[in-house]
Design a protein around this ligand. Structure first.
Ligand SMILES: *Cc1c(COP(=O)(O)O)cnc(C)c1O
Length: 457
């Protein structure tokens, strides 16, 4: 076999073009093979088809680029849960924008690594500009806000806890009952005491309970509030929580992994009032932001806050190189090799503008309101609550928890719809997380019809 061509340089694009045609055909054909939001039949048939398509994982003699791309991309597409299908509405699993995916291809072809300037000259500049702009969205009044790209909310939350620990020692984390599990894992990993969960008010962090916890707990505390809980999309009362943190001398980290991009929407930005008072903020653009994974952001009000992440190593950021003016990027992550996730984000921000992104946010929030209306009007269905963001919890009136769980599994196994599940007020609910800005009223009605049709089976 001749040496396979590379993706970069002046000849890379010509080598890529025919391969991309194969990939794009396989994406289209695989989606047509699937014919729905996910493959029917459950894990057995998926495994069988994949093993047939994949054949030997590492054959002695390779099959060549065209065959390997065609068979594996098509099989993976056939077996995908595709968030671009409006009936795929379980998780904060976003349908990426075509323009962001196209940009990500360029990022892969160029393959800058963000850990040193000599591997990513322009990408480093772009990252600096984009994170500053995003940090400014979060902290509009701060003189020198800054942000980092991360692999997502999990890593951003871990950074929030880590930096609080570096400032104050072994902080006691206080959070709401609906706080994301990554906060508990971060405390565990960082050797911090087990987080104290404040008994919830109506699904959000209850200020009275928080006041009591802050009064009772000795030592430095870090309050972790959530702007958009994973299960119900609710937003903790950030202004009251920020006031309590000031009064008790506690730090505040806000996990806005889900709700953060409301900042782009004139209509919904007000829901995040108080966010700018946090000591650090988690925000994901691979949820409301429509980026392919990964596009996590971690923001702080002042760039000096990131100091503890600094590290020196001769081969990446020698002192004399830094003194000579080469930017030092190693301290902008706990990772070393790091993808230029900035490119797809920069392309999206520029192509859509704040108005365009805000409109996408408004659209999915409106779809959630509409789905809630449809549930409300349906005599056979019960709505948990009006949606705060783009998540709607509901269940058939006639179903108990076990039957509700079964409905979800039946639709999943038949490949007809993908719902999530959430426990709230002691009961199990079907969860529709609406992130598809193209979803129509007909799609929302179809989601409910499918649930109704599976209720008595
Ligand atoms: C999704 C989510 C996370 C985790 O983010 P990842 O990007 O999956 O690591 C954390 N917190 C909240 C509130 C989330 O919705």
């Amino acid at each position: 076999m001749s040496t396979p061509p590379l993706a970069g340089g002046t000849t890379g694009p010509d080598a890529l073009r025919p391969l991309l045609d194969i990939v794009l055909d396989a994406l289209r054909d695989g989606a047509a093979d699937r014919g729905g939001p996910l493959p029917p039949g459950g894990p057995g048939p998926v495994a069988a088809r994949l093993s047939e398509a994949a054949g030997a994982v590492l054959p002695e003699q390779g099959t060549g680029a065209e065959e390997a791309l065609r068979s594996l991309v098509r099989a993976l597409t056939h077996g995908a849960a595709d968030p671009a299908d409006p009936l795929c509405a379980a998780h904060l699993h976003t349908p990426p924008l075509a323009l962001a995916v196209a940009a990500d291809l360029a990022a892969s072809a160029l393959n800058p690594s963000m850990d040193s300037w000599d591997q990513a000259p322009a990408a480093s500049e772009l990252e600096t500009a984009v994170v500053r702009a995003l940090a400014h969205e979060v902290y509009p009044a701060a003189p020198a806000p800054d942000a980092l790209f991360t692999t997502g909310g999990t890593e951003s939350n871990r950074l929030g806890l880590l930096l609080a620990r570096e400032r104050h020692g072994a902080v006691q984390v206080i959070c709401g009952a609906a706080t994301h599990h990554s906060v508990h894992r971060a405390a565990w990993l960082l050797g911090l005491p087990e987080p104290v969960a404040v008994p919830a008010g109506p699904g959000v962090l209850d200020p009275a309970g928080l006041d009591e916890a802050l009064t009772d707990l000795p030592g430095p505390c870090l309050v972790v509030a959530t702007a958009g809980t994973t299960d119900t999309g609710r937003i903790d009362p950030l202004p009251e929580i920020a006031d309590l943190c000031v009064r008790h001398g506690a730090e505040l980290h806000v996990d806005a992994a889900y709700g953060g991009p409301l900042l782009f929407s004139d209509k919904h930005r007000g829901l995040l009032a108080g966010l700018e008072r946090a000591d650090s903020v988690t925000l994901d653009l691979h949820k409301l932001g429509w980026q392919p994974v990964a596009a996590g952001v971690f923001a702080v009000p002042d760039r000096s806050r990131l100091g503890p992440l600094g590290v020196r190593t001769e081969y990446l950021n020698a002192d004399d190189d830094t003194e000579a003016g080469l930017p030092d990027l190693l301290g902008r992550s706990l990772s070393t090799t790091r993808r230029p996730d900035v490119l797809k984000v920069a392309v999206t921000l520029r192509a859509l503008g704040r108005a365009g992104l805000g409109e996408l946010v408004d659209r999915v929030c409106a779809a959630a309101g509409q789905l809630a209306d449809l549930v409300d009007q349906h005599p056979g269905l019960e709505l948990y609550d009006r949606p705060a963001l783009s998540t709607v919890l509901f269940r058939p009136v006639a179903a108990d928890d076990e039957q509700t769980a079964r409905i979800r599994r039946v639709l999943l196994t038949e490949g007809r719809a993908v719902f999530g599940r959430a426990r709230a007020d002691g009961r199990l609910w079907l969860k529709a997380t609406l992130l598809n800005p193209h979803a129509t009223t007909g799609d929302l009605e179809k989601l409910l019809e499918l649930v109704e049709g599976s209720t008595h089976r």
